[in-house]
Design a protein around this ligand. Structure first.
Ligand SMILES: [Zn+2]
Length: 150
């Protein structure tokens, strides 16, 4: 599935998406459990905070032993679409503002930029982890200070 560019992102089902993700994340020597753990971890990062899936949940769905919840289906689709984009990616050269010496010329950045969650800032930034909401620690502090003043 991974090598077939004709497969449209939307037409393949949840099970195929999960299989694709296994293929995408799997490193040589990875066992089934650690594989499912990695996927569960990725899904938990992109899902909501209240829902945490276990490796066993992923494993059961992967082996068609369980019908996944709609939330799981949605989160798998989101992760799949995101990773799929990385796979069939088209590159462009853009101007990036970074601290001096941080980014080497012609560096490849495989992360989507995000808008800072501080309404007073709204800068776009490259998150260093998927849950990062603010462009900087200073911005996060500024936002929390404002909130506590209200
Ligand atoms: Zn900011």
């Amino acid at each position: 599935m991974k090598k077939n560019n004709e497969v449209s992102i939307k037409t393949i089902n949840i099970h195929d998406q999960l299989v694709w993700l296994v293929d995408f994340y799997r490193k040589p020597g990875d066992g089934v459990v650690s594989m499912c753990r990695i996927i569960a971890g990725q899904l938990n990062l992109s899902g909501s905070k209240e829902t945490k899936w276990t490796w066993n949940y992923v494993h059961q769905v992967l082996n068609n032993k369980m019908i996944p919840s709609p939330k799981f289906v949605r989160t798998v689709f989101r992760l799949y679409s995101r990773e799929c984009k990385k796979e069939n990616i088209e590159f462009e050269q853009i101007v990036v503002v970074a601290p001096k010496g941080f980014i080497e010329k012609n560096s490849v950045v495989n992360v989507e930029s995000k808008k800072c969650a501080n309404p007073k800032c709204r800068l776009f930034f490259i998150p260093t982890n998927p849950v990062q909401k603010y462009c900087s620690i200073a911005c996060k502090r500024d936002f929390n200070r404002r909130k506590s003043c209200q």
